[in-house]
Write a protein that binds this ligand. Sequence first.
Ligand SMILES: [Zn+2]
Length: 333
Amino acid sequence: MKVLYNPDSLLNLLAYGIQIPLNAGRILTTLETLRRQNFSVTVTREGAPLTKADFLSVHTEEFVANLFGTPQERQNLIRETFELVGPNGTYHRYNPESASRPLDEIVDHVLRQTALTVRAAAEALETGRAVYHLGGGYHHAMSFGGRGFCLVNDIVVAARWLQRHRGVKRIWIIDVDAHKGDGTAELTTGDESIQTLSIHMKEGWPLDSPEFDAQGLRHPWFIPSDVDLGIPRGDEAQYLPKLAQGLGQLEASGSPELAIVVQGSDPYEKDELPSSGDLRLSLAQMRERDFMVYDFLRTRGIPQTYVMAGGYGVFAHEPYCAFFEGLVQTGRL
Ligand SMILES: [Zn+2]
């Protein structure tokens, strides 16, 4: 397995006044483990060369214009994506006075991350090896904009880039983050060439609001993935059997040329984000989850690429480290 890491990609949200416990320690501690286990880590600032057209193949014109717009437009995108301002104008988990850096820097950060996700996917396709991007995984970003801490859907940008520039016909997206890959589902609904599986908390964010709005229109986050596996609160014992079954369903849709795995660590019982608390897998279950996906793809000869997605608090690195250490210890590499 090859690992790609951009040293500029570490993001401490507190420096921007955003009080969300996504800290750089998750990546740095995982890096230490990778180096101890002699993984090949490529430290690089060079992502795939993305153009506006690549973003327009996923997101709306208006959103992409803002993404490359004025500093004010870009800052507004971040305020919306991180839900920093409530309906009555009050700040939510946001204290601009404590910020030492401007919010629009986060847009550049996400664009860099997206370019490296695309490079990881392209290298996995070229070499047939597993390629891991230590970052990315913005699965809540929808066609019309960012939400749930996710600005640009780097996963679907990568899938469409491979289709546009490498002639790829079929791709799987396997999303094991605690939260539903709702942006990914919205962006790929009706597109047979990108098959999506999401295993997530059945209740809680993003599915705790009414399915239909006041006008009777369905909220986009209720758009189903091709295989949607909701785990009810307290039913962790169902998780691994359901995932195995879901992978079988995905396979019935036909084999892909590449799979993108959205490997959030927030289903872990020690995750500190309140909205991921309805799913509490043990470290052993997290490792089983990751081996199940890895083995499923490897035994079928499907190139696989990974993004980190969600994972919050001081223990967020543990599932990633258990996965990488486990690959070595069990002779899977
Ligand atoms: Zn998540």
